[in-house]
Design a protein around this ligand. Structure first.
Ligand SMILES: *[C@@H]1O[C@H](CO)[C@@H](O)[C@H](O)[C@H]1NC(C)=O
Ligand SMILES: *[C@@H]1O[C@H](CO)[C@@H](O)[C@H](O)[C@H]1NC(C)=O
Length: 438
């Protein structure tokens, strides 16, 4: 089955030329149906994608060269587009002069923020350069320890002491270091693995109340009962070209914990070109209902060009935040790949789903039993999340369940979108360690 769309409001397709609920109905190069089934209307998300969303046909979707107005029955979002420049490999995103973030439905005092990027020039078309929220954010592009001292370490003791301070510093890791406890990384730090077999095992890395950190080219594995990388109250982090894995899925979701868990209002993070494999829970964003007020309006994370293979859940699973998920390759993601719940927003575009990957994307609030629910083995019931679809995805045989369309219709920054037909080859060749010449 291709492009299966499951919806809460069941409205059967009535005519061959009509697109089903939440299906694509327009965008550059689209040759399929441009009308929606009864009760749905075709609304432009961006130049690449229009979608059938709930609403009467009277709802308008107009676009001229200078103004784009998008209205849906569920979101009432207005985006004004002032410029758009494109080439075949570079997508220059819109300058939004008016963007209404979706407010939480239960806490009216919380408002979400839209970052004002400090860098508005597009990233260079070098596919391994920094893109996304770690590049474009109100504080400034992540630099890690660039310009600071340089050390090479190959023992637990040397590594722990080298990464501790907040002074700018580059720490090279040589070989695989067995950690006896979790290592805390200071601010203004780059942790760079050397060659294609350097990193840590046994315990993970902790980024707690720090700012401006780069973690690249590291193999991180086998952390029982804890995360490989945990971010808490931390800002401006670039996690790039690492390999994160464990012994597989045979011991259930909780034998290991997450690969990259991002919590407590952490913000402006890019997770790019990582190879995640043979592990159940990948990346949880927003770890507790109790942190809703703290987290809301934060957790801006870009996930791009990552390769996930033989995984269980959370690719990523977001609550309360904003994640831009583009050009990732998902292969054998056994239970659920992208999950947006508890009023979280995701913008999902240009991703490819392959193999035994039953559910590519869901905004349904149920924490499935195959994840790690805490109140019932039948799953925890949370509020639904939101999803927007940008440039077309290749869902393969996976289903999607978008119960609420959100207001995250375009990223606030420029980025290089890989053409969909090249994503599988480009990501499988470019993700992981040993690719960036450290
Ligand atoms: C999709 O979401 C609806 C709720 O809106 C739910 O009833 C349905 O079970 C979900 N489908 C799947 C496959 O999870
Ligand atoms: C990081 O480095 C900058 C520049 O040296 C400095 O201003 C800042 O205070 C450092 N951050 C922390 C948390 O110490």
């Amino acid at each position: 089955m291709k492009n299966t769309v499951l919806v809460a409001v069941g409205l059967a397709a009535s005519a061959a030329a009509q697109q089903t609920a939440y299906g694509q109905c327009g965008g550059q190069g689209w040759t399929g149906p441009t009308n929606c089934v009864s009760g749905y209307t075709c609304v432009s998300s961006n130049d690449f994608y229009s979608q059938c969303v709930p609403g009467a046909a009277a709802t308008t979707s107009t676009k001229t060269s200078s103004t784009k107005t998008t209205k849906t029955a569920t979101t009432k979002t207005t985006t004004t587009k002032t410029s758009s420049t494109k080439s075949s490999t570079t997508k220059t995103s819109k300058t939004s002069s008016s963007k209404t973030a979706q407010p939480p439905t239960t806490l009216s005092t919380i408002t979400t923020t839209t970052p004002s990027p400090t860098s508005t020039a597009p990233p260079p078309p070098n596919s391994f350069s920094l893109e996304g929220y770690a590049r474009n954010n109100p504080t400034g592009t992540v630099s890690g320890g660039t310009g600071g001292s340089t050390t090479t370490v190959s023992s637990y003791a040397a590594f722990t002491s080298a990464v501790k301070s907040n002074n700018p510093k580059v720490v090279y890791v040589s070989g695989i270091i067995t950690l006896t406890s979790k290592v805390k990384i200071g601010s203004n730090t780059s942790v760079l693995g050397l060659g294609s077999n350097s990193g840590v095992t046994g315990k993970g890395l902790s980024l707690s109340s720090v700012d401006n950190v780069v973690i690249r080219n590291m193999k991180i594995s086998e952390v029982k009962g804890d995360d490989l990388i945990t971010l808490s109250k931390s800002t401006r982090v670039w996690i790039d070209h690492n390999e994160l894995f464990s012994g597989g899925l045979t011991n259930g979701p909780d034998y290991y914990d997450g690969q990259i868990d991002i919590t407590h209002a952490s913000d402006y993070i890019t997770v790019s070109w990582n190879y995640f494999h043979d592990h159940w829970k990948s990346s949880l964003v927003g770890n507790s209902d109790a942190n809703r007020a703290e987290d809301f309006g934060h957790l801006h994370i870009t996930y791009h060009h990552n390769y996930w293979r033989n995984m269980g859940t959370r690719g990523p699973a977001g609550r309360f935040g904003h994640q831009h998920v583009y050009n990732n390759l998902y292969e054998d993601y056994r239970y659920q790949a992208i999950h947006s719940r508890s009023d979280n927003q995701v913008l999902v575009e240009g991703n490819v789903f392959r193999g035994d990957t039953p559910e590519a994307l869901s905004t349904y609030g149920l924490v499935i039993p195959q994840d790690s629910p805490n109140t019932c083995t039948c799953g925890d019931q949370e509020l639904d999340g939101y999803a927007n679809l940008g440039a077309a995805n290749d869902w393969g045989s996976s289903s999607i369940n978008i119960t609420r369309v959100g207001s995250f219709t375009a990223a606030e920054y420029s980025y290089n979108l890989t053409p969909l037909g090249s994503v599988q080859a480009v990501v499988s060749a470019g993700a992981g360690v040993g690719k960036i010449g450290i």
